[in-house]
Design a protein around this ligand. Sequence first.
Ligand SMILES: *[C@@H]1O[C@H](CO)[C@@H](O)[C@H](O)[C@H]1NC(C)=O
Ligand SMILES: *[C@@H]1O[C@H](CO)[C@@H](O)[C@H](O)[C@H]1NC(C)=O
Ligand SMILES: *[C@@H]1O[C@H](CO)[C@@H](O)[C@H](O)[C@H]1NC(C)=O
Ligand SMILES: *[C@@H]1O[C@H](CO)[C@@H](O)[C@H](O)[C@H]1NC(C)=O
Ligand SMILES: *[C@@H]1O[C@H](CO)[C@@H](O)[C@H](O)[C@H]1NC(C)=O
Ligand SMILES: *[C@@H]1O[C@H](CO)[C@@H](O)[C@H](O)[C@H]1NC(C)=O
Ligand SMILES: *[C@@H]1O[C@H](CO)[C@@H](O)[C@H](O)[C@H]1NC(C)=O
Ligand SMILES: *[C@@H]1O[C@H](CO)[C@@H](O)[C@H](O)[C@H]1NC(C)=O
Ligand SMILES: *[C@@H]1O[C@H](CO)[C@@H](O)[C@H](O)[C@H]1NC(C)=O
Ligand SMILES: *[C@@H]1O[C@H](CO)[C@@H](O)[C@H](O)[C@H]1NC(C)=O
Ligand SMILES: *[C@@H]1O[C@H](CO)[C@@H](O)[C@H](O)[C@H]1NC(C)=O
Ligand SMILES: *[C@@H]1O[C@H](CO)[C@@H](O)[C@H](O)[C@H]1NC(C)=O
Length: 532
Amino acid sequence: MMRGLRNILAVVSLGQLLGIIQGGQAAIKVSSSPPVNASAPIPEAFVSYSIEFSSFPDFAGNKSLPNIFSNNLLNNLGRLTGTKPHIRVGGNTQDYALYNASLKTAINGTFNLQRSADYPTTIFIGPSYFESYSTWPNTRFSHGFNLGLGGNNSVGWETLLDTVPLACKALSNGKLLMWEYGNEPDLYSTSSQGPVRPPSWNESQYVSQWLNGTRAIKAQLTKYCPDMVSNESYGYLAPSFAGTNNHLKPLLTWQDGLDQDQDIKLISSHNYIGGATQPGVTLQGTLMNHTSTVHSISSQVNESNYLAYTGIPFILGETNSLYNEGAPGLSNSFGAALWGVDFNLWCASVGIRRVHMHQGTDYRYASWQPIETNKTIIGTKPPYYGNIAVAAMLGDLTSGSVQIANLPLESEFEAAYAAYVDEQLVRIAIINMREYNYTVNGTSSVLNPIPRPSHVYSFEVPGKGDVDVKTLYANGSDAISGITWDGWSYNWELEEGQAVKLHNVTTGEKLKIAGGVVNVTVEDSTAVILNF
Ligand SMILES: *[C@@H]1O[C@H](CO)[C@@H](O)[C@H](O)[C@H]1NC(C)=O
Ligand SMILES: *[C@@H]1O[C@H](CO)[C@@H](O)[C@H](O)[C@H]1NC(C)=O
Ligand SMILES: *[C@@H]1O[C@H](CO)[C@@H](O)[C@H](O)[C@H]1NC(C)=O
Ligand SMILES: *[C@@H]1O[C@H](CO)[C@@H](O)[C@H](O)[C@H]1NC(C)=O
Ligand SMILES: *[C@@H]1O[C@H](CO)[C@@H](O)[C@H](O)[C@H]1NC(C)=O
Ligand SMILES: *[C@@H]1O[C@H](CO)[C@@H](O)[C@H](O)[C@H]1NC(C)=O
Ligand SMILES: *[C@@H]1O[C@H](CO)[C@@H](O)[C@H](O)[C@H]1NC(C)=O
Ligand SMILES: *[C@@H]1O[C@H](CO)[C@@H](O)[C@H](O)[C@H]1NC(C)=O
Ligand SMILES: *[C@@H]1O[C@H](CO)[C@@H](O)[C@H](O)[C@H]1NC(C)=O
Ligand SMILES: *[C@@H]1O[C@H](CO)[C@@H](O)[C@H](O)[C@H]1NC(C)=O
Ligand SMILES: *[C@@H]1O[C@H](CO)[C@@H](O)[C@H](O)[C@H]1NC(C)=O
Ligand SMILES: *[C@@H]1O[C@H](CO)[C@@H](O)[C@H](O)[C@H]1NC(C)=O
């Protein structure tokens, strides 16, 4: 049998022959009910996406050509968590988009390679852009309005006034989640893609421009979509800052009265673990490293603690592995999928209420490539499988109260979490992030002659009987294809992203709880979920 298709029992016996590394620690005690530091119940659609404004027509398609592939992938997640992912439409390009009522296409984007090779920086959208909100049934969206060009430029301001009626009509009938006005305004005066504000740009100017624009949005809604201005239906995610310590500080914006109209429904912050071309970034050291994730998200945890007094839920409205759209070989690898599982479950455990993983056409870290381009083939990418594993760990968030608790482990290359449903332990996730390359030096022609090591994890758990094991698997952390979740493939090539059970992957392993302990062997660069 080829690599990757060995069943767990075979691995155990192979591992025993090779001498499996035995956890090195005593059985990890897992309480039957949530510990005090478990999360509050996780709200629906925790596993959500942010889609780059300029890429949204590629991801969603339009009325005559809806993107079925994307919809299938969203449905898979919806089946696991009870709600299709919420979609934030925004990102850097929301602040470049101007409206052209005579444009026949959804978007006319022009690249300026000096500013970015990954997305257009001169953008016009036409009326048909808004068709993309109609292609995914039962999906809720936030629409990002342009503050970058809207706050101080008459064409940008006209775009705001012109697009509110189009967006509100497109998002009527329950499709609207929330509005957003401006992406990462804390970087407006320093952006490496070109500043849109002077160096003197400060929090109070931001607040007054934000209030001015959001009041204009509300006035347009009152005129064109009067049923969308009630307290229940009208609101924003804000301030959508890139970080907690850039040119503008989030806390000061609140002190300056950002929420004086009391219309902020979600506090949104953005996070990237590192940068695509940042020196020293590696899969093992930066992504497959629990300490790195904890460290990266600690500033958001602090910010959410400072802002806890507002009572407004705190989310990551845009996040992914490495900013500047990810690095090839890192962000698009199975290792990044494992990172995504740890990152999302860590966020869930520390009180982040929802995580929108960012996507864009040709982006290296994207969960899927929605269309064929001359840079990237259409397909489901490894990070999507990580999203699926997170959704499987959370389970149906609409039918019970789901809480996540971190289970501290010894090494920074591993992480474990417990999931409680209605206060009962139901699942444990173990992510063994020790790097295992199945190739040598990244060339698939030379397979790694070193057998894949495993680690045994022992958990002291309540109850007895069988435990079902589900595995997030690939040949190694360097794999960019051949990923499966519990033997399921969501690849485009099979059923256009619909779940397909593969017959050449062994699944259905069961473990016994004996003496209150269950042992599970987890290969390096693999995640498993134990189901009690
Ligand atoms: C949660 O509490 C347990 C028990 O006090 C402790 O061992 C663990 O480190 C805590 N977890 C976190 C993430 O702080
Ligand atoms: C708006 O679109 C029309 C039709 O494509 C085009 O002729 C015109 O030049 C566009 N205007 C701008 C400012 O791009
Ligand atoms: C719908 O999408 C197709 C495929 O991208 C495109 O050819 C067509 O022009 C689009 N229709 C509109 C109205 O934008
Ligand atoms: C698209 O935008 C570019 C740059 O502004 C412009 O030169 C071109 O005429 C536009 N095309 C259309 C069809 O509007
Ligand atoms: C709001 O912004 C627009 C566009 O810059 C400007 O014309 C208007 O005067 C502003 N209103 C207030 C109250 O600042
Ligand atoms: C408006 O934006 C331009 C850059 O497009 C910037 O140079 C200028 O300082 C801005 N003006 C104000 C008042 O923010
Ligand atoms: C893991 O991340 C932490 C925090 O960024 C860092 O200090 C540590 O060196 C990293 N580990 C490795 C092996 O790079
Ligand atoms: C790739 O596709 C883009 C967008 O359709 C196009 O502008 C570009 O010229 C193409 N590049 C090559 C090398 O074909
Ligand atoms: C892998 O790269 C190392 C360092 O460049 C080199 O010494 C080694 O021979 C390479 N191995 C193979 C199989 O190419
Ligand atoms: C895996 O491969 C990458 C790229 O060739 C290399 O940098 C890394 O050290 C390898 N990791 C292990 C554990 O062999
Ligand atoms: C397993 O089955 C899938 C789906 O038919 C196929 O794409 C894949 O190549 C198979 N793998 C092996 C090793 O046969
Ligand atoms: C789990 O592993 C420990 C340590 O090797 C062993 O003593 C115990 O019998 C194992 N329990 C089960 C249920 O396999």
